[in-house]
Design a protein around this ligand. Structure first.
Ligand SMILES: Nc1ncnc2c1ncn2[C@@H]1O[C@H](COP(=O)(O)OP(=O)(O)OP(=O)(O)O)[C@@H](O)[C@H]1O
Ligand SMILES: Nc1ncnc2c1ncn2[C@@H]1O[C@H](COP(=O)(O)O)[C@@H](O)[C@H]1O
Length: 184
């Protein structure tokens, strides 16, 4: 069983690696980006509220995300562990998660921070080609990451929860490094 959070800029490989580890460790991969994209595709109320923020590369307001995470972590499959990808994304989400995990008695074991140079991120995102992967939106997502999400590196490091891994390697090598961390 593992309970881990993936941290890292857009394009660092969080979703790619979380999907692999989710299979290997048999725990759900909980991606707030995937949940929101599904809501947009379904044209649900959440999707309609979130879409314009996502298309602009901005974070959606916390109030759209917090209940969703509480509900998802309360589902049965999450009782055996989880991998969070894309949450928390700012300090207020991290504080919320802290309280929630204490309340449901599911402590996070570690925060895996994928490090990749900016030029590599940009070229990966341009070739991924999602709706929010055009040049202007990528630039904004990186800026939003620097301002709002990157402070979480220090937040988790100060609590000795952070482990940084070189994400600028072949996917299999990143996976091997992550597994080494998780088995340690
Ligand atoms: N180690 C790697 N080497 C080369 N390409 C990679 C590697 N890891 C992931 N990619 C590719 O880079 C792109 C971004 O990866 P991924 O979607 O996993 O990133 P992410 O961190 O989840 O991004 P976002 O936060 O924007 O959702 C994908 O097209 C993926 O196939
Ligand atoms: N935790 C989140 N808080 C606010 N906004 C979020 C969060 N997770 C995802 N989003 C929105 O969705 C897109 C895509 O997310 P990815 O994790 O990069 O797939 C992101 O730009 C936010 O608009």
């Amino acid at each position: 069983m593992i309970r881990v959070i993936f941290l890292g800029p857009p394009g660092a490989g969080k979703g790619t690696q979380a999907a692999v580890l989710s299979k290997d460790f048999d725990v759900p991969h909980i991606s707030t980006g995937d949940i929101l994209r599904a809501a947009v595709a379904a044209k649900s109320e959440l999707g309609q509220k979130a879409e314009s923020y996502m298309n602009a590369g901005e974070l959606v307001p916390d109030e759209l995300i917090l209940d969703l995470i509480r509900e998802r972590l309360g589902q049965k499959d999450a009782s055996k562990g989880w991998i969070l990808d894309g949450f928390p994304r700012n300090v207020s989400q991290a504080n919320f998660l802290d309280k929630l995990l204490a309340e449901i008695q599911q402590p996070c074991e570690c925060v895996l921070n994928l490090e990749v140079p900016d030029n590599v991120l940009i070229s990966r995102l341009l070739s991924r080609g999602r709706k929010d992967d055009n040049e202007d939106v990528i630039r904004n997502r990186l800026e939003v990451y620097r301002k709002q999400t990157e402070p979480l590196i220090e937040f988790f490091r100060s609590r000795q929860q952070l482990v940084s891994v070189n994400g600028h390697q072949a996917m299999g090598s990143v996976e091997a490094d992550l597994k080494q961390v998780l088995q340690a």
